[in-house]
Design a protein around this ligand. Structure first.
Ligand code: CJB
Length: 839
């Protein structure tokens, strides 16, 4: 960020009325102007994409005053800024959200309509920035929105990937990955800030030296340097003046052209560094729960974290003389361990560059950072081979050794002679090949560590960070995740939102606990009727979309049973499939069975290298192919796999669901946030005792939640006594015939081999306990089917779900972070008119 806008300049900034005015006529004219002057098009040759761009610029103009005022306010030294450090921000499309948050949706709709266009069509042409994989990236986006709505100063720091998460196509039932060229048509929401460039070192060696005062110091002589360029996107709060910044970094070469090499005829070599440097931020790693060890990934992490910290230091030094109060100016949140190299980097910047002593630097570092853990899956716990790490970041390796040395001295003091403790707590894993343990680094370098749901935070303390919890119990806390009701209700489900507002006013949008007031209407038959009408309408919209995209006809009169999320064995999409095949078998055995018609909808991407997840997608599509065309089924059961599930599609799907599938193996899903989006849109949950499901059930009431399956401790016991999936297979005839049908090649045109790896994995080990939960799941689904038959009763449960979901607003989560972790306060933004200021 820059110093406050120069007073001299302020008087010269001319802002035409066309850039701020909100009358329909002005908005129309502004759009036409932007089409002509920015896009170089006139109406006869413009398409919807052009109009979308023209409209986006029109809206951007109308938020710039807020953005610049916010920017300026944050420069004041007494203002504390939350810096959310995240390798992923899955923000979703901006246009509709910005219209809602600016409070200009209706004016724009009318202006667009009077220009002979349709607002929804323009909104639908927006290419979403897929700069995240799933829950973790989307959480970062919800948190940015809530921070702005609560007027808390914040900057989101991350990577401007040129290619985000791949687009998914389904060909012959298999996932095919297509490059996501999201920037191809330009991005009207970002502003490049070339003046904020920073330089990032990699490789090389370190060297001790004595400075002029005779102090011992270390300098890093890098092998190469990459330039970081900032791209800013405004994140608006809902109906407030605050517009925070999402600052994403792109890697560039310091010199993009090497004349020396060019002059000796090495034409390709002349651009080598440019190509190399730009590769750094080329593509997002498409793993939801990441796999180890890719050097480029470590380069990406260090790159954006160093860019962020250097940027924060620059901001601080514009108004302060030194960095003594850095930890009062900034709270830096580590979104999982991906940015945890920040602990060593801040130490390096403070000691090597700004010449703080170790102790001072360490105090500032611990005060600044806090760490959120998002997973217990052992394969997702980041660790870097010392060999890669030391080659890329030699100075950081030295610093980490020193952090470790001092920390282990403290440990020795507390547990004399206990080598086991030392080995567990050490930042270095030296049993075999040596690794740096990033979760340990993040924990030691932070003043707070939190999990993302009550159960998860307890498990963090009991399992992966048990010894740290014993050492520093006061460091550990919980902040249950939340989602923003602006995007996940107002933007995505306008019909439900209007119905709610018609009864309780619109304060719920900012204070989600007010939804409680809906409880008084559950016994109002007319209200329930309206509620059903709304749901039916959005289901019809989704049905049209499905027919349009996939040619499958589904009826909104059936129960829409939905599971959308990344495809992962622990999330157990295949348990859902086993259930569907069982229902199919029942129909085949008894064609006149009394059956609650269901449409089973799936969506989600598999990591490209995750074979089993890709096979699950193939299985879903194969089952769909058979079931959907079997005349015996008589349209009572349909299976749909929606390709390319992303935020945009989520906005269509959550509002249309009757039933939300949250069926992970207990103890595996840290929180889940899709579960919250469904329930807020009136779906009932069928779920295990896992993640935030537990808290959702507690809030909405046991009687309004379909719980099934083993709890974490049951699973531990089962594992301890020896889990044998064959027992379940032989003792449960429905399960056996379901598995046998898959194995027989029934869903694979006679190919008995296709699904063998999946079936074998279940029969031989079943690491996620599908068989153990199968019976309980089926019985629970039977209860769902029964309940759905009584539409009045179902509607009551649906209303109560929405009414009692207030806790799961990301506003509540952010307030907890502010109070217990960041010690940050709202700073309302006063609007100053840069045009009139000196006039
Ligand atoms: N999560 O999306 C990811 N990626 C990871 O690498 C680790 C965890 C998810 O984070 C969400 C936000 O906290 C959680 O709701 C979800 O359970 C977890 O899997």
């Amino acid at each position: 960020m820059n110093p406050p806008i120069n007073e001299m300049m302020q008087s010269q900034i001319q802002i035409e009325d066309d850039r701020t005015g909100l009358s329909i006529e002005t908005l129309r004219r502004a759009m036409a102007d932007n089409l002509f002057y920015i896009l170089g098009k006139y109406p006869a040759i413009a398409n919807n994409k052009d109009y979308y761009m023209a409209l986006a610029y029109t809206v951007r103009d109308r938020l710039l005053h807020r953005w610049l005022n916010t920017y300026e306010a944050y420069m004041k030294p007494e203002v504390k800024i939350v810096c959310y450090l995240s390798a992923e921000f899955l923000v979703g499309p901006h246009l509709a959200n910005n219209l809602i948050n600016l409070g200009i949706y209706d004016q724009i709709r009318q202006a667009v309509q009077e220009s002979g266009l349709n607002l929804q069509e323009l909104i639908n042409t927006e290419e979403e920035p897929g700069l995240g994989n799933g829950g973790l990236g989307r959480l970062a986006a919800c948190y940015m929105e809530s921070l702005a709505t609560l007027e808390v100063p914040a900057i989101g720091y991350g990577i401007r990937y040129e290619f985000g998460i791949f687009d998914q196509e389904i060909r012959e039932g298999w996932q095919v990955e297509i490059t996501d060229k999201w920037l191809q048509d330009g991005n009207p929401w970002e502003i490049i800030r070339p003046e904020s460039e920073v330089y990032i070192n990699f490789g090389g060696r370190t060297e001790p030296y004595q400075d002029d005062q005779g102090n011992y110091r270390v300098r890093w002589i890098p092998e190469y340097v990459v330039k970081g360029i900032a791209y800013d996107t405004p994140i608006l709060g809902y109906k407030v003046n605050t517009a925070n910044t999402l600052r994403l970094w792109k890697g560039e070469a310091c010199e993009s052209f090497n004349f020396q090499r060019f002059n000796v005829g090495d034409y390709y070599g002349a651009v080598d560094t440019k190509v190399y440097s730009e590769n750094l931020t080329k593509v997002l790693y498409p793993n939801d729960e990441p796999v180890q060890g890719k050097e480029l990934r470590l380069q990406q992490q260090y790159f954006f974290v160093s860019c962020a910290l250097q940027d924060m230091i620059r901001i601080h030094l514009t108004e302060s003389e030194n960095l003594d109060n850095f930890g009062d100016k900034f709270a830096a949140q580590l979104n999982d361990t991906h940015p945890s190299i920040g602990v060593a980097e801040l130490m390096r910047l403070l000691i090597d560059v700004h010449h703080y002593s170790w102790d001072q630097a360490w105090d500032i570092t611990q005060k600044t950072f806090a760490y959120t853990n998002h997973t217990l899956l052992p394969e997702a716990l980041e660790k870097w081979p010392l060999s890669i790490f030391g080659r890329l970041l030699p100075r950081h390796l030295e610093i980490i050794y020193e952090i470790n040395r001092r920390f282990l001295d403290q440990v020795r003091m507390k547990y004399p002679g206990n080598n086991e403790k030392l080995s567990c707590l050490s930042l270095i894993d030296d049993r075999g090949e040596k690794y740096i343990r990033m979760a340990n680094l993040a924990t030691v370098g932070s003043h707070k560590v939190n999990g993302v749901a009550a159960l998860h935070s307890e498990l963090v303390k009991k399992t992966i960070l048990r010894d740290f919890y014993e050492f520093w119990p006061e460091k550990f806390t919980n902040v249950t995740n939340g989602v923003t009701p602006r995007r996940w209700m107002v933007v995505s489900n306008p019909r439900l939102s209007e119905l709610i507002t018609s009864r309780i006013g619109d304060n719920w949008i900012k204070n989600l606990d007010e939804l409680r007031r809906l409880e008084q209407f559950v016994d109002d038959g007319h209200f329930r009727y309206q509620w059903r009408e709304v749901k039916w309408g959005v289901k019809q919209d989704l049905a049209n979309y499905i027919e349009d995209k996939l040619g499958i006809k589904v009826s909104p009169d059936t129960l829409f049973d939905v599971q959308v999320k990344r495809i992962h064995e622990y999330k157990r999409q295949h348990l859902n499939v086993l259930q569907i095949i069982t229902l199919y078998n029942r129909i085949k055995h008894n064609p006149n069975l009394d059956f609650t018609p269901r449409t089973c909808i799936f969506g989600g991407k598999a990591a490209p290298g995750y074979y089993m997840a890709k096979l699950i997608i193939k299985l879903i599509n194969s089952v769909a192919e058979v079931v959907n065309k079997d005349p015996d089924v008589r349209d009572r059961l349909k299976v749909v796999f929606l390709p390319d599930y992303n935020v945009t599609l989520g906005q269509r799907v959550y509002p249309a669901a009757d039933l939300s599938e949250q069926i992970s193996t207990a103890g595996k899903e840290a929180s889940g946030t899709g579960n919250m989006k469904f329930s807020l849109n009136g779906a009932l949950t069928i779920g295990t005792y896992d993640g935030a499901n537990i808290e959702i059930r507690q809030e909405v009431g046991e009687e309004n939640f379909f719980l099934f399956g083993l709890k974490t401790e049951d699973i531990d016991q089962l594992r301890a006594k020896g889990y044998n999936p064959w027992d379940y297979y032989y003792n449960n005839p429905e399960l056996k015939s379901t598995l046998d049908l898959i194995s027989s090649g029934f869903f694979s045109h006679g190919d008995c081999e296709l699904f063998r790896p999946l079936v074998d994995s279940l029969l031989h080990s079943d690491p996620f306990f599908l068989f153990a939960d199968y019976q309980s799941y089926l019985e629970c689904q039977d209860r769902v089917s029964q309940a759905y038959k009584d539409q009045e009763y179902w509607t009551k449960m649906s209303i109560l779900n929405v009414a009692r979901m207030g806790k799961f607003s990301s506003d509540r989560s952010i307030k907890e972070y502010c109070e217990n972790i960041w010690y940050a306060k709202p700073v309302p933004i006063e609007m100053k008119d840069y045009v009139q200021a000196d006039a």
